[in-house]
Write a protein of this length. Structure first.
Length: 89
């Protein structure tokens, strides 16, 4: 696995888009972009987090809702990033 851009840099553009009113957050494409930036296959990611490759594919294509626990596993354990969620009220 080759190190490239930090995960935060890869996800910066989608994060900015998510701040727009009426924008639904589609986490799957963001995860796919982050995985590809690490030059990691779906199978490699699946093996690291003990999930099936088909599950990773569904998540990346927004075909599966994921729990926060799974999001943490994918980002922190699988991709070596950090999940940071903020609520502004």
């Amino acid at each position: 696995m080759k190190k490239n851009k930090p995960l935060a840099a890869v996800m910066e553009r989608p994060r900015a888009q998510a701040k727009s009113p009426g924008y639904a957050i589609h986490i799957g494409p963001m995860l796919k972009q982050a995985r590809r930036s690490k030059q990691m296959t779906q199978q490699e990611l699946a093996d690291i987090i003990s999930k099936k490759r088909t599950y990773i594919s569904r998540v990346e294509n927004d075909g599966s809702n994921i729990t926060l626990k799974t999001l943490y596993e994918i980002v922190e354990k699988g991709l070596g990033g950090k999940v940071d969620i903020h609520l502004n009220m």
